[in-house]
Design a protein around this ligand. Structure first.
Ligand SMILES: N[C@@H](CCC(=O)N[C@@H](CS)C(=O)NCC(=O)O)C(=O)O
Length: 213
């Protein structure tokens, strides 16, 4: 039995929902998802803190195994359940994808989360609009780095869709949403044609729209 704890609106929960869908596990009878976090609560209860002492989502239970950190959960699921070779598994390609996963969590998301949390969670009177705009513009610069890579290859690690593409596409989804919904607060979204082509392809050919609302 696989149990995923976490609300479906969380970027980190969405990473796991999406990879479960790619691996054909999401509709499996042995899979269940339990909403937790924000208004759902649960994540600060003593029972949950025993599973994940950070009090954050997602947490995955697979039989006896309890795992937290979204990117680690993704790697675990791909290693254990990718019998059909949905994702490339040669070492160099995996390392390239890992690099982008680390970059997403350590570099891109810390910039993008400032406008994301600022505009979607923080009450209007408490928002720091200068910080929001600066961080959005920094996100433009960072996405420019990825766009340059996509000028020469189809996906983050080469020819084939990979785990790194999942985590980056979920950031792109938020980057587009923020600049479409709050254009006067974010400033312009950089026009990055390689990312646009890559994201369009992913929207059509992956489980993104089925897995993530
Ligand atoms: N590095 C962790 C970060 C987890 C995290 O920050 N989760 C957020 C949601 S995206 C959370 O639990 N926030 C509290 C809440 O939803 O109540 C991961 O990648 O899993």
């Amino acid at each position: 039995m696989i149990t995923l704890w976490g609300r479906k609106s969380s970027i980190n929960v969405q990473k796991v929902l999406w990879i479960l869908a790619e691996l054909g596990l999401k509709e499996n009878v042995d899979f269940k998802q339990i909403d937790a976090g924000l208004h759902f609560g649960i994540n600060k209860t003593p029972e949950y803190l025993k599973l994940n002492p950070n009090g954050l989502v997602p947490t995955l239970e697979d039989g006896e195994l309890v795992l937290w950190e979204s990117n680690s959960i993704m790697r675990y699921l791909a290693k254990k359940y990718d019998s059909k070779k949905v994702f490339p598994n040669d070492l160099a390609t995996q390392a390239a994808s890992d690099k982008w996963m680390d970059w997403q969590i350590s570099t891109l998301w810390p910039a993008l989360r400032i406008p994301f949390l600022g505009l979607t969670r923080i009450p209007e009177e408490e928002r720091d609009y200068v910080a929001i705009r600066n961080a959005f513009q920094e996100s433009n610069r960072l996405f420019g780095i990825f766009d340059g890579v996509l000028a020469n290859q189809a996906f983050c690690s080469g020819k084939q869709f990979n785990l790194g593409d999942i985590v980056l596409a979920l950031c792109v989804k938020r980057w587009i949403m923020l600049s479409d919904q709050y254009p006067d607060k974010t400033g312009e979204r950089a026009e990055l044609k390689n990312i646009a082509r890559w994201y369009h392809d992913i929207c059509i050919n992956s489980q993104l729209t089925k897995a993530v609302q």
